[in-house]
Design a protein around this ligand. Sequence first.
Ligand code: ADP
Ligand code: MG
Length: 274
Amino acid sequence: MNNHIKIAATSPLLEVRNLRKSFGGRRRDSGPIVAVDDISFTLEPGECLAVVGESGSGKSTLARTLLRLVEADSGAVLYGGRDLLTLSHADMQRQRRFLQMVFQDPYASLHPRRTVAELISEPWEIHPGVVAKAERKDRIEALLAEVNLPKHFYSYYPNQMSGGQRQRVAIARALALEPKILILDEPVSALDVSVQAQVIKVLMALQERRGLAYIFISHDLPLVRLVAHKIAVMHRGSFVETGPTETVFENPTHEYTRSLLASSLSTSKGVDAH
Ligand code: ADP
Ligand code: MG
């Protein structure tokens, strides 16, 4: 039996309800780690939701659970009128096209022996209907242009590029299937500060041009303030505070948010994407 959840016509692009994921708990000395603890939120088309919180707060597990790279214990992830968590493997594979992930380290996420053209076309092997074979070369060039890389990068290998260029290839690949949502897990944290702004600029332009929705995971609060429409502050698996970006920055209500803001002020390096 499929458990169908009815959604109104005005429903958000993505709605997450009471998502939970724990690890372990077999050892006598410790209970399970609740990495994602009863998280709910919505995401509208074109919206950027930042998820901020210190290392170990559960941000990556949340991202992976949404895409079923790890399976949730319970909850619902509603997209396009269906709960992704209850889909068959094949159905989930089809839906993944619309929710793509960009990881922190592009060197680890791009196969070292494939050219940029091969890397960007990889998703079309699994979803052959998205771009006709005859159009793929042009589409790869268009995707490269969208991430501000010149055409001749087509035949480059990952080790011939800088970290920022590699991350832009990873973004181009994530776009190959024309997703509606990008989940960006610390997308510039592994990059030199000097190239972070280029990548952020590309992401902001893309969002505007394509109307993409982002779940932008980061611990860089000045950066988040620049890019996000709304913020969720994650602490020990829970969202302790959510709200419009400026409201949370100007008027944080939770103690943990205040301490996060205070520590970011003392270490702030500032990122200028303009
Ligand atoms: P963040 O991305 O915010 O740094 P993570 O989601 O990586 O946090 O981790 C949240 C918690 O879940 C941590 O305590 C981490 O050790 C634990 N965790 C994450 N993945 C696993 C796993 N595969 N097995 C066991 N524990 C895990
Ligand atoms: Mg993480």
